[in-house]
Design a protein. Sequence first.
Length: 656
Amino acid sequence: MSAQIESLLSETRVFAPSAEFVKQANISGMDAYRALVAEAERDFEGYWARLAREQLRWHKPFTKTLDESQAPFFKWFDDGELNASYNCLDRHLQTQPDKTAIIFEADDGKVTKISYRGLTHEVCRLANALRHHGIKKGDRVLIYMPMSIQVVVAMQACARIGATHSVVFGGFSAKSLQERIIDAGATEVITADGQFRGGKEIPLKPVVDEALAMGGCEGVRNVIVYKRSGSPVPMRSPRDKWWDDVVKGQPETCEPEWVNAEHPLFILYTSGSTGKPKGVQHSTGGYLLWASLTMQWVFDHKASDIFWCTADVGWVTGHTYIAYGPLAVGATEVMFEGVPTYPDAGRFWKMIQDHKVNVFYTAPTAIRSLIKAGGDLPKKYDLSSLRILGTVGEPINPEAWMWYHEMVGGGRCPIVDTWWQTETGGHLISPLPGATPTKPGSCTFPLPGIITDIVDETGLSVGRGKGGILVIKRPWPAMIRTIWGDPERYKKSYFPEDFQGKYYLAGDGASTDQDGYYRIMGRIDDVLNVSGHRLGTMEIESALVANTKLVAEAAVVGRPDELTGEAVCAFVVLKGERPVGEEAKRIAKELRDWVGKEIGALAKPKEIRFGDNLPKTRSGKIMRRLLRSIAKGEEIMQDISTLENPAILEQLKQST
């Protein structure tokens, strides 16, 4: 049976960047893009060495670029030494000490700004406090904090002294926290009393207390608590210490710990994994190089830009495009504590207007929920400061892409639809805003130096215009180095023997069209085999959401079917009220026929369930594994502590 994944959506609309935009772009026009691609092909190591020397400040210059002797455990710039915090902060103090580094807007709308000088002083104070606690190079510090200037200070302070940080999203449960503390072997925790989201206070310190009381966390000697909410929390002496107390009297300078380029900068546990948490380990040099480069290439960074990535620092997007990338290039960035719909669905648009944001980077889930909450709302705000829009986290369906382009970008802003993962460290496939003509729903082409292909299950290239398994054929500097404490799992997960251990397996299905444009079709385990046809769930979701009259959001999963092997099961949120009875049957038929028309009869969902919402994590990610369990009629045994809306599961179970 063919392992190719059939791509049935065709997209013919093409949007070229304006001549004016091309003229000012950091990578100007497709010829400039092709020249970089050719340089990487001609001299792969020389290309990366040049970029690393140009982009980063090295304490000890490297002489060896890439060591492949222990593949797939690759090493980059291995004999060089540097410090990530020095590269993000100190390097800017000579040129722009008073430039605003971070504009922080709290949930209640209060705005706080901090300059590069101020941020450096705060980082040094906390770094000195951590050293005073006995934290040294290679120790692990777990960070469980709200979106705030302080969370960036905590991450940078760890980097400054060579400690490896592991940030856990502030919505994870005590059990998740305990597992990560144990797996990382953390000896210090940095947290806050609580956080605010959508006008509600969410406790953090009590969750840390519960996690530490579960056992196995005896290695944690100190817990630093930032006072954010002001609500009373139990403090256990001498372990628990207030942030303000530990930094009091600490010097504003702190000599950076110069580390090897391969030194682990952070461990980040991938969300949604079952069983033992999977700690993705990233290096210092290669990771920072790519964070800096992609800021300049994909976001076309200019010194005057106000950059806003809406992600939480608990995910990789918040690491690369909040805590490290923007600071590495000396940007001014916006950070936000709250949610896009509080106090109303105009919050994002008002913030863009108020802070005169130039580059806006958010998730398709947020875009779709904002369309549902008020598709015309952006018109009420002055969004003229915007020059680039970006999407991250999942493929964006063409209809949401068009709304984003027209309603938010006024038809003039290039959209960078970025494909990457926790493991890749930064964007790998993405348009370059001043070079790439874009197609709605396509992440376009690999970035220069990233060698990708689409293969079948035997590792053979499927050729242009076909679908299959996305692989990366050559290492790149920002790639995952290993799974923390489990190198065998790393090899098995990402360099499987089916591909002779040669290629990095992304775990995503993808296709190219006749022009070579990439389209991501969902996880390989989100590929359905219906009557011998392999269909990407993303394409069926896109077809459903393309019915703009009826559908606000859709998620598609497979369930076993005696006749066809697998059946398509769709969970749909309508723009109107959730239908019941005969009305539900009528709309379900209408949507089946619609999908048949958009894609073909074989893609018609066998079952459509309607809900007021879809099960999502607090960061807005749809938990498709829960939908798979519901579709199969299984009892849900997985951890649902990160769900924003657990009650929705019962509704979807009862839906017909």
